[in-house]
Each structure stands twice: as C-alpha cells, then as structure tokens.
Design a protein around this ligand. Structure first.
Ligand code: SF4
Length: 526
C-alpha cells in the first residue's frame, strides 16, 4: 500500500510494460466536435463541454493562485500601476524576458531594466548598445533589440499609445506574437483572451489527455480554443498567470505535484492514474481475482486527432507525464570557432583586451566578442593557429609569430540551434601600445573594435559564451601561477610571467614578442 501511495504522490502509475494496450477501455465518442470547419473532429473527451465544470475549474485555480502565487516584480507593477500604457509596457518587458528564460534569472534583469527605462519613451531613446549591455547574459539577444525597435515604433507611429487588444498588439508590434499579445492584453487591459505557452500546454494536455503532437498547427489551434474557452472573463489576467504558475510550480514536466493540484478533480490524466492504482491495489488484495475484468475501467477517447498516435499508447510507468507528447528535438548542429584573447599594455601599463563588434544581424547581433574566426571542418591545430593568426594580425599592429599564440583550451556553449565549441587562444602583445590598436591598414574593412580593461569587459555587451572564454583564460592564468598565488585574475602581468616560465621550461619559444625586424629574421615555421 505504501508503494501505491508513493506512486500516487509522484503522479506515476504502477509499472506496466511500455506499449501494453489496455484491453477494455470505455470509449467516449459522444459529442464529437468538428466546429472548426477545416480542423479534424475531436471527441468531447478532450474538451470542456459543461459550463459548470469550466466555472469550477476557474474557481479552484484562482483560489489557489490568490493563496500561492509567487511574489514577482512584474506582478507588483501590474497590480499597482494605474496608467494602462505603463502597465502594458511593464508586462510586455516581463513577457519578452521570460521567453526561454527562467523566472529566477529574469528578476534581476527586469528590475534593472525598469529602473533604467521605466517608460516606453525612455526605452525608445536608448541606444542599442545600452540595450545589449543590459541584456548581456540573458540570451536570445534579438529579443532586447526587437523590444526596443517596437518601443520606437509605438512612440513614433502610434503617438506613444500601446495597442490595447491582443489582435492589434500582434499586428502592430514587431516581435509580439500570439502568446505575448494575449498576455499583455489580458493582464494589462483585462481582455478575456487565453494564452498558450509551454506551461499552459502541459496543463491542458494533461487535464484533457491530449497526446497528439502539441506543436502541430491543428493541435495548437485546439489548445488555443481550450485556453480561450477556459479563461475567466472576470479575471482574465490572473487566470492566465495562474495557468502558467500552475505549470511552472505544480504541474511540472517530470515530477508533477498532483496531490497539491487545485485542478486535480478536472484532470483526466490524473483520473486515469488513480483508476489504475485502484485496480492494481484491488488485484494485490485479491479482490479482482473473481472478476472477469483484466483491466481497469478507464474512460478514454480512442482515436481522434487529439489522441496519442496508436504507435505510442499510454505507458503506465510515466503516469500523467504521458502528456504532452514532444516532437523529437532537432539536434543542434556542431560548429567550431577559434577565438583569441588579445592583450596589450594600456597607456598607464594596465592590461587591456581587444573586443570587436559582431554584425548587426544574425546570431548575437551587435554584441562584442574577442576576435573570432569560424573554423571549417577537419582543420588541424597548426592550420587553426595560422588562420586565427592571420585574422588577428591586423589588430595586433605588429608582426606576430604563430608560436606566440597560446592555446588555452576549449569552451562549449549551446545556443538554441548550435552547439558551439570555442577553441581559445591568448596572445600578449609586447610592442608599442599605440601601435597595437589596429591603427594601421585603415583601408581594411573591419568591424568596430575597442580595447577594454577587465572591468570594462565585464560591463560590455558581451555574450555568456565570451564570459566563459574569459573564465577559461582566468583559470589557466591561475593554474600557471600555482598554489598560494591566489586566483583573482590580474591578467596581463601574471600570464606573461607564467608564459615566460613555461616557455623557459620547455624551451619551445622565445619568451618575448618579436619585433617586425626580428620576425622577418625568424626561422621558417614560426
Ligand atoms: Fe497532476 Fe493534472 Fe494537476 Fe497536472 S493538472 S499537477 S497532471 S492533477
């Protein structure tokens, strides 16, 4: 019995062979609905057909939300701001930041953003550089850029007034999709419109046993229909936030807390798990032995367009986590990039590092990075060095031998669709600091660049991946200094000494940078 209770608490059923099909489920084909014209018909089993049930669902969910909701800054702002325009802006910023990013990460960014740009007008006046700087580390950088572009549009083309309906928000604002529009309209303007994000999909798929691929357009349309049917017209913003909160804190992907769930009485997935548990328990106690039933009496749809595919039947070992079904995720493609932390002495002898700006469109648009070069497949280490050296030579302002490029290591970073490996090198310039500015060859077309101190680097609009590159150099520097030297990075002085120690130890390279003259006289192969 205790095993059964534990299984019930975790939302999992008793073990059953994956793929085993129940023999006598009670089919529920009544009220077959095809009200969407082109959409294939679905069974009432996957819908909310009775107003009384919808009302009970809303009441239970909102009562739980009022008691258990997390105290979040954007919720406070939305509740306290009387100006609808400012309220919509505050909600908009939070919704954009929360896309693909966890609440805990967003809070600090959100607070800093709203402090810096408390209104649409303030954001519209900001520079993209400032936006990128504040966004640095939050990922999916185009979101910040698009948010600012949309703010400029509201100010310049819409007289500073936010559109007030979901339809207009989506139509008029770049970067605002159906979900964000619904969230802003319901939370800020009280429009009775539902929202569907990943958390809501999970809740809806479970409460109505929707096992068809949730990202397919037909299923997505059905989910939007369900969300719109359920949303509470008296408190649409709270209802939508409650659905998302439930998905984020109770109806979680792997370990849903069904016993604490306010909509448990309406959840068909949970109902199915409970029936299986009850049946298994009776069997254990011998009560089912006399019955001719070989399977619990489970109500299910059978085969409509919202059911799981016949090839993927209910798996009791998963319990409620049978839903939703996920599409097989496309693997991110692997890419390699050589990157060089190029260092020089600043005018007062302090270490400075070169960062260059990425193009204004595409991945990490407009952000700053150490000089980097995409590596083709199959390049050997020597070829990588040569290619990178040719790339950084123009910045160096002095001829640099290949051997002066120090290999630091490899740093991995996963973007949404790319598994990027940075092959990290460092290069300490020893010549004239003014020359090491890329000041020569001005006719060359190069991206914007600047030399920054460590503190300036940390404050710059650099990606998380570049901060990892920095840390890799820092670690190496620390290791080379050895124990007892402390690991607070003072790049510049220490790495060069360490480099010198290493070079002297293995005798491989001259411990100083070559002048152009020496370079020309250097032995072939350098
Ligand atoms: Fe469990 Fe259903 Fe509630 Fe999700 S919605 S936590 S599956 S009872």
């Amino acid at each position: 019995m205790s095993k059964l209770r534990a299984a019930a608490r975790s939302g999992r059923g008793l073990q059953q062979r994956a793929g085993e099909v129940r023999k006598s489920p009670r089919r529920c084909r009544e009220n077959v609905s095809s009200h969407k014209g082109m959409l294939p018909p679905v069974s009432a089993y996957h819908l909310f057909s009775h107003l009384a049930e919808i009302e009970a669902f809303r009441k239970n969910l909102l009562a739980w939300y009022d008691k258990c909701k997390r105290d979040l800054p954007w919720r406070k702002l939305a509740a306290s701001e009387s100006d609808t325009n400012r309220r919509a802006y505050a909600v908009w910023v939070s919704e954009i930041m929360l896309q693909q990013t966890q609440v805990a990460t967003v809070i600090d960014y959100y607070n800093r953003w709203m402090q810096k740009w408390p209104t649409l007008q303030a954001l519209a006046k900001a520079s993209l550089e400032d936006v990128n700087e504040l966004w640095a580390g939050l990922g999916y950088y185009s979101r910040g850029k698009r948010l600012q572009e949309a703010a400029q549009k509201v100010v310049s083309e819409l007289a500073g007034q936010m559109p007030a309906t979901a339809e207009e928000l989506q139509r008029l604002l770049p970067g605002v999709g159906r979900y964000t529009a619904g969230a802003i309209a319901s939370i800020s303007y009280g429009q009775a419109t539902g929202v569907v994000d990943g958390n809501v999909i999970r809740v809806l798929c479970r409460v109505r046993c929707i096992g068809a691929e949730s990202s397919s357009p037909a299923v997505a349309d059905r989910l939007w229909d369900l969300a719109n049917a359920l949303v509470d017209p008296a408190r649409p913003g709270d209802f939508n936030q409650a659905m998302m909160e439930l998905g984020a804190t109770v109806c979680t992907p792997r370990a849903p807390l069904c016993m604490e769930c306010p909509v448990k009485p309406h959840c068909r997935a949970r109902c199915r798990v409970e029936k299986e548990l009850e049946f298994a328990s009776k069997r254990l106690l011998g009560k089912a032995a006399s019955s001719c039933s070989q399977a619990p009496d489970i109500e299910e749809c059978g085969s409509c367009s919202l059911c799981p595919p016949a090839t993927e039947p209910w798996d009791s070992s998963l319990g409620v986590a049978n839903f939703p079904r996920r599409a097989t995720k496309k693997q991110p493609r692997a890419e390699r990039t050589a990157t060089c932390v190029l260092e020089r002495r600043g005018p007062r002898g302090e270490p400075e590092y070169l960062i260059v700006q990425r193009p204004s469109s595409g991945l990490l648009a407009g952000l700053w990075e150490f000089p980097s070069l995409a590596l083709g497949p199959g390049l050997k280490e020597k070829q990588q060095r040569e290619a990178l050296l040719a790339h950084v030579q123009a910045w160096a302002g002095e001829a640099v031998a290949r051997g002066h490029l120090r290999h630091v290591g490899e740093v991995g970073h996963v973007f949404s669709h790319i598994h990027q490996t940075y092959v990290v090198y460092s290069l300490l310039l020893g010549g004239d600091p003014e020359a090491a500015s890329g000041g020569r060859d001005e006719e060359l077309e190069r991206p914007a660049f600047r030399w920054v101190t460590q503190a300036e680097f940390q404050k710059s609009a650099v990606s998380t991946a570049m901060k990892k590159v920095w840390k890799a150099c820092e670690r190496q520097s620390c290791e080379e200094r050895g124990p007892g030297q402390g690991c607070k990075r003072k790049r510049g002085a220490d790495p060069s000494r360490a480099s010198q120690r290493k070079v002297e130890a293995d005798g491989s390279l001259p411990p100083r940078q070559l002048s152009l003259d020496s370079f020309l006289k250097a032995p072939a192969g350098e």
